[in-house]
Ligand binder design. Structure first.
Ligand code: GTP
Length: 377
C-alpha cells in the first residue's frame, strides 16, 4: 500500500533561524544600535523582539519608525515591564509564531530588558523545543563606555551594588561586548575600557567599537558563535591579543570599528548558564503623566533634578511642548529632550517612565511638578 506524503514532509527542511540576543544595562544604547542595524539591513528580513519597561511603548515606536512598507521587518514589543523573556509565557509562543514563518525571516534579534540577564533567553533558545527552529548566533552586550570609565558600575552603596552585580553578569553572558557612546573618545580611555571589560568578564570573545552607536552589520549578525563545528565568520585581522598585556591597537578606526580579543572559544551551552536571574524587587518602574504643555528646557532640568535627588537610573517618554511632541531620554542625570521623529506621542498628554532602585514616586512627581511649574501625577 502506498502512502501519500503531504507537501510539508517532502519539502527540504529549512535551516534554523539565527538569533542574536542583545543585552546591556539600562540606557546603554541597545535600541539605538538596533535602529542603526535596521537602517543598514539591506535585503535582510529581520524580526525583532523587544522588551518595554513600563506601560509606554517607546522603543517599539522608535524602531517602527525605521520599519518599511514591504514588511521586511517585524517588530514585537512586550509591554508591562517584563524582566526576562525566559520566564514569560508570551516569549515561547511569540518565537514559535516566528518559526511558523521561517521562510520569510533571515534573522531574529532579541533585545532583553536592561535589568535582565540574557541567560534565561539563551537557555530557552537552546532547549529542545526551540533548537529545532532557532540557533543562537551570538549574544552582544552593549556598554555605556563613559559610565564604565566613571566607575558608575562599581558598588559604593546599595544602588551601586545592585547595578554592579547586574552589569557584571550581563557581560559574563556575552560573546561580544560592544563599547558604545565612544564618539570622540581618545585611544587611552578606550584602552582603559577594554581592560575594565577584560577584568570583569575574561571570557568575552570580541570587543567591538560602536562609533556613533553604529555597528557594522556583518560584525553583529551571522557570527555563528554557537554552531557546532562552525568556524567563526569574520573578515578582519585580529588587532589585540589575549592575556594580561592585552592592548587595544592604536587608531581603531583603521579596523572598521572592531577589535578582537583573540580569546579562545567558549561555550554558552546549558552547563555554563545555570544562573537564572532572580529579579531583585528593589528595581522598580513607574509612569508619571501630565496634561499640561511642557517647556522643554524646564522639563529637562526637572528630570535631571529628579535623577540627582532619587536613585533614578533611567527615564524616557514622550512629552508635548509648544513646539510639538518631544522624546525625552535620560540615563542617570544626562537628559536629552529632542525631536520625536515619527515615533510617539499620544493625545495631548505627556508620559514619562522612570526606572530606579527603590525610587520614591511621590518625590519624583513633586520635583517634576515644582520644577516644571505644571502638574505631574
Ligand atoms: N552620544 C551618544 N549617545 C548615545 C549613543 N547610543 C545611545 N545613545 C543615547 O543613549 C540614550 C539611551 O539609548 P537607548 O538606545 O534607548 O538605550 P537602551 O539600552 O535601549 O535603553 P533601555 O532599553 O531603556 O535599557 C539615548 O538618549 C540615546 O540617544 C552613542 O553612541 N552616543
Amino acid at each position: 500500500m502506498s502512502v501519500a506524503l503531504s507537501l510539508p514532509e517532502l519539502a527540504p527542511a529549512l535551516p534554523p533561524i539565527p538569533v542574536t540576543v542583545v543585552t546591556g544595562f539600562l540606557g546603554a544604547g541597545k535600541t539605538t544600535l538596533l535602529r542603526g542595524l535596521l537602517q543598514r539591513r539591506q535585503s535582510r528580513r529581520l524580526a525583532l523582539l523587544i522588551n518595554e519597561f513600563g506601560e509606554v511603548a517607546i522603543d517599539g515606536d522608535l524602531l517602527r519608525a525605521e520599519g518599511d512598507a514591504q514588511g521586511q521587518v517585524q517588530i514585537q514589543d512586550f509591554a508591562h515591564g517584563l524582566i526576562a523573556y525566559g520566564d514569560d509565557a508570551h516569549f515561547v509562543p511569540a518565537m514559535l509564531a516566528l518559526a511558523a514563518r521561517r521562510a520569510q525571516i533571515d534573522h531574529v534579534l532579541i533585545e532583553t530588558s536592561g535589568l535582565a540577564l540574557p541567560s534565561a533567553v539563551m537557555e530557552v533558545l537552546q532547549g529542545a523545543e526551540m533548537a529545532r527552529h532557532f540557533v543562537l548566533d551570538a549574544t552582544l552586550a552593549v556598554v555605556d563606555t563613559p559610565l564604565l570609565l566613571e566607575d558608575a558600575f562599581a558598588s559604593a552603596d546599595a544602588v551601586g551594588a545592585a547595578t554592579a552585580q547586574l552589569f557584571r553578569q550581563q557581560l559574563e553572558c556575552a560573546d561580544v561586548v560592544v563599547l558604545n557612546k565612544i564618539d570622540g573618545m581618545e585611544e587611552a580611555p578606550l584602552l582603559q575600557a577594554e581592560q575594565a571589560v577584560r577584568a570583569l568578564a575574561p571570557n568575552v570573545r570580541f570587543l567591538e567599537l560602536a562609533y556613533g552607536a553604529r555597528l557594522d552589520i556583518r560584525l553583529a549578525l551571522g557570527l555563528r558563535l554557537h554552531q557546532a563545528g562552525a568556524t567563526v565568520h569574520h573578515h578582519y585581522t585580529p588587532v589585540s591579543m589575549p592575556g594580561e598585556r592585552a592592548q587595544v591597537a592604536p587608531d581603531q578606526r583603521r579596523f572598521n570599528g572592531h577589535v578582537h580579543s583573540g580569546l579562545g572559544a567558549h561555550s554558552h551551552g546549558l552547563s555554563t548558564h545555570k544562573h537564572f536571574h532572580e529579579q531583585d524587587p528593589g528595581w522598580q518602574s513607574f509612569t508619571l503623566r501630565s496634561l499640561a504643555h511642557q517647556d522643554a528646557e524646564r522639563l529637562r532640568q526637572a528630570v535631571a533634578a529628579a535623577a540627582l535627588a532619587e536613585p533614578i537610573l533611567r527615564a524616557k517618554g514622550f512629552v508635548h511642548t509648544d513646539q510639538g511632541a518631544r522624546l525625552v531620554q535620560a540615563v542617570r542625570a544626562r537628559v536629552v529632550v529632542a525631536e520625536s521623529g515619527q515615533g510617539g506621542g499620544r493625545g495631548g498628554s505627556s508620559e514619562l517612565v522612570f526606572i530606579g532602585y527603590h525610587p520614591s514616586r511621590a518625590k519624583v512627581a513633586r520635583i517634576l511638578s515644582e520644577t516644571t511649574g505644571v502638574d505631574w501625577t
